[in-house]
Write a protein that binds this ligand. Structure first.
Ligand code: ZN
Ligand code: ZN
Length: 119
């Protein structure tokens, strides 16, 4: 019995090695033949698997989180479970762009203000 076996994270059934899933650091979607639930797994160099539940592939909403991209206006939304991603809303992008500009203005401000400080 090999310890490289892939198991369904829902029902623990042994899954046959999916032949075309070799690339490391890639999230693959797979459907369990036993319980018919969808889940995701990744493969590392020794062809081990780490399977994680992906509720969003079984009818639940995606768990979108904002990426920490700079400049902030290029932030995207990525699902923490299945790695699906989508653009942020225009309103949010405008908000982040304003933050970028504020930060940029702060960085370019001279270190020594020309106005005398009190005291
Ligand atoms: Zn299963
Ligand atoms: Zn998802």
């Amino acid at each position: 019995m090999s310890h490289y076996d892939l198991h369904c994270p829902y029902c623990e059934t042994d899954i046959d090695d999916p032949d075309d899933c070799y690339a490391p650091e890639t999230t693959y979607e797979h459907q369990c033949p036993a319980c018919e639930k969808h889940f995701v797994f990744t493969v590392d160099y020794i062809r081990d698997y780490s399977a994680a539940k992906a509720e969003c592939l079984n009818g639940a909403p995606h768990d979108y989180k904002e990426t920490t991209t700079f400049p902030r206006q290029y932030t995207r939304l990525r699902c923490s479970m299945c790695d699906d991603h989508k653009p942020i809303s225009d309103a949010r992008r405008a908000e982040l762009k304003a933050q970028d500009e504020a930060q940029c203005a702060a960085l370019t401000k001279p270190n020594h203000p020309s106005e005398p400080t009190e005291g």
